[in-house]
Design a protein around this ligand. Structure first.
Ligand code: IPD
Ligand code: CA
Ligand code: CA
Length: 281
């Protein structure tokens, strides 16, 4: 991807450094809470949860940002939002625990996702998956890494050669029919089909080449911000279900894969457009 001016690259690196400094302690705390805490509440419906760890992680991350970069704007899932409107400043887009349903059920597939956005575009990101011992990082124009080692997307060209991942929105009940139509299209041709339950890690798993395709509807900016730059820097093509570029704050879906697989996948995701069109009655 296009390189940024060196002072912007440095500003992003400085920002990611404060997250890297706090992560070891925060990772320990949320791992411990997963074993000990049973506090959970529901949000938009019974499937949509928030735990003590979501709130704790958001507080630790946003306090550090406010201390070190008080001019930056913040958009965080559990409600820390600032109104700083300065086009010269950065916006942090944070999912304090991505994969909360997995987390609350003591599964390992969940992450902490921190994205840095500049002029409406994700330009830096970290996704940490402590229970999997994985840490992904990218800055626009500088490549992506997994545990410090450079990564790139898979070079496979057929869906039968690998695993495709999807996810389902919390209001999946009213969209089930269309979601399963898309799923059926893939089940006929893929090597394997999975639903892991943490969008940020799904993007990263495209980036490190372990899965070959990912699609999902109705993701929020915090599900995508860090993952988008990590996947893009590793060579992924990312569009919405119409094949248009993804806008972090406006797009309704993502199709993520290497360019060859993306071309094959996109038509199979067509029923997702109908799933999006379903509105609540
Ligand atoms: C969810 C996860 C899941 C995806 C959902 C997201 P949360 O985020 O990323 O994989 O399918 O659409 O909302 O609620 O666990 O932060
Ligand atoms: Ca999320
Ligand atoms: Ca979350």
């Amino acid at each position: 991807m296009a390189k940024l001016k060196s002072e912007i690259t440095k500003a992003i690196a400085d920002r990611l450094s404060i997250i890297e400094a706090l992560l070891p302690q925060l990772e320990k705390e949320v791992l411990a809470l997963q074993e000990t805490s049973n506090t959970r509440k529901t949000k938009t419906n019974v499937f949509d949860l928030v735990t003590e760890a979501d709130l704790h992680s958001e507080k630790i991350i946003t306090s550090a940002i406010q201390k070190h970069f008080s001019d930056d704007a913040i958009v965080a899932e559990e409600g820390t939002n600032s109104d700083v409107q300065n086009s010269e400043s950065f916006t942090w887009v944070i999912d304090p625990i991505d994969g909360t349903v997995n987390y609350a059920n003591r599964l390992h597939h969940w992450g902490i996702s921190v994205g840095v956005v500049y002029q409406n575009k994700p330009v830096g990101g970290i996704v940490s998956a402590p229970a999997l011992n994985l840490r992904y990082r990218a800055i626009q124009g500088q490549g992506a890494t997994k545990n410090g080692v450079p990564i790139k997307v898979s070079d496979k060209s057929k869906l039968s050669q690998g695993v495709v991942v999807t996810g389902f929105p919390y209001d999946r009940a009213i969209r089930a029919e269309h979601l399963t139509k898309a799923l059926a299209n893939f089940l006929k041709v893929v090597g394997g089909m999975r639903r892991y339950g943490a969008a940020s890690i799904d993007f990263c798993s495209i980036a490190d080449g372990t899965i070959i395709g990912y699609y999902e509807m109705q993701l929020k900016p915090w599900d995508m911000a860090a993952g988008l730059v990590i996947a893009e820097e590793a060579g992924a093509k990312i569009t919405d279900f119409n094949g248009n570029p993804v806008n972090l704050f406006e797009s309704h879906g993502v199709v993520v894969a290497n360019p060859k697989i993306h071309t094959i996948m996109l038509p199979l995701t067509a029923p997702m457009l109908d799933a999006i069109a379903v509105t609540k009655r």
